[in-house]
Design a protein around this ligand. Structure first.
Ligand code: 2HA
Ligand code: ZN
Length: 272
């Protein structure tokens, strides 16, 4: 059996491939980390390399000490993952202090985990606490319609949450907390990582202005579905505006409340 045949790897690869086919991952755009369960680590362990060197992360994520993550490789293309997993992704182990990592499998021709590794780890650290160990995924994509909206809407959580909730009826059920927004910042650094992880305390989705989206969730389907729903809602809003007449009618705040009540979710009232 190859590592690619393990269920966790099949799920990971499928998300990468689906994201590419959606048009969200030009070139090396986007990245994806998955916090593995103990059983998944055990299943992968026969493939692990012995005694690799530790590399400093640059930040400390104490509550992720000893965790294992599957990560896309920095500079690798999502398009190539399904056909070439051991050259494009890796499994990394976090040390006991939570301040260094080592690659235990993958990136056979060399390389390092995603350039957004600090953002991913800080977001995982927050979500592990706030969801009581439930959330395992941080997924970043360059979604064109949401990126386009960051050129025309005010860069606030309120403006984006309201537009995205109102552009497709089931959106408030899928992301009742709304979405957070980070202004334009330099990618890959700790400043954007800290700004994002602060917002991850409140939201499962963070929009990076003129760049893309970070989504978090418990499993592959839910997280991909969240990304897909938000991007589709943005696309509908843009299509509606592109008709050139403006928005004639939309879902009212009271109707948002009615949907939330009917489906038993609690909307973030501060946006209504
Ligand atoms: O992996 O998307 O934000 C390339 C990027 C960095
Ligand atoms: Zn990016």
């Amino acid at each position: 059996m190859s590592i690619a045949e393990l269920e966790v790897m099949k799920g990971y690869i499928r998300l990468c491939d689906d994201g590419f086919k959606m048009g969200w991952h030009e070139r090396n755009g986007g990245n994806f980390t998955y916090r593995m369960t103990a059983n998944e680590v055990d299943a992968c362990r026969p493939f692990f390399y012995p005694n690799r060197e530790w590399t400093s992360i640059g930040i400390t994520v104490g509550n992720l000490a000893g965790e294992y993550f599957i990560s896309t490789g920095s500079g690798k293309f999502m398009r190539n993952i399904a056909d070439n997993i051991d050259d494009t992704i890796c499994i990394v182990e976090i040390n006991r202090e939570g301040n260094a990592y080592r690659i235990v499998w993958g990136l056979v021709h060399g390389g390092v985990p995603t350039s957004e590794f600090p953002s991913h780890l800080l977001n995982h650290s927050v979500k592990k606490v706030t969801t009581n160990n439930l959330y395992r995924i941080i997924y970043h994509a360059h979604t064109p319609n949401v990126i386009a909206l960051t050129f025309v809407l005010p860069l606030t959580a309120r403006d984006f949450s309201r537009v995205l909730w109102k552009s497709m009826t089931e959106c408030p059920i899928v992301f009742p907390a709304g979405v957070g927004v980070v202004p334009w910042m330099i990618p890959g650094g700790t400043d954007i990582a800290i700004a994002s992880s602060e917002l991850m305390k409140e939201y499962d989705t963070i929009i990076w202005a003129h760049h893309g989206i970070f989504c978090s969730g418990p499993d592959f389907d839910t997280t991909f579905g969240l990304m897909h729903t938000i991007e589709k809602s943005a696309e509908i809003y843009i299509k509606a505006l592109s008709c050139g007449q403006g928005i004639r009618q939309t879902i009212t705040d009271d109707e948002l409340r009615q949907v939330a009540k009917a489906f038993g979710v609690t909307l973030n009232e501060k946006f209504l």
